[in-house]
Design a protein. Structure first.
Length: 53
């Protein structure tokens, strides 16, 4: 099992957003966020799913 990496350790802002979308698409993951701005940025890219809390 891989050790999880924190995206914030290497990237900031828009780079984190792009990396999260790329990983979600590749791994078929659902994105769950309390950050509405991030959620709205993700939704046009159609990851497998997104949940805004």
């Amino acid at each position: 099992m891989q050790k999880p990496k924190l995206l914030l350790d290497k990237n900031i802002g828009l780079k984190v957003y792009k990396e999260v979308i790329k990983i979600a698409r590749r791994e078929g993951k659902i994105i769950v966020t309390m950050d509405k701005e991030f959620g709205y940025m993700c939704s046009p890219h159609k990851p497998p799913g997104i949940v805004l809390l």
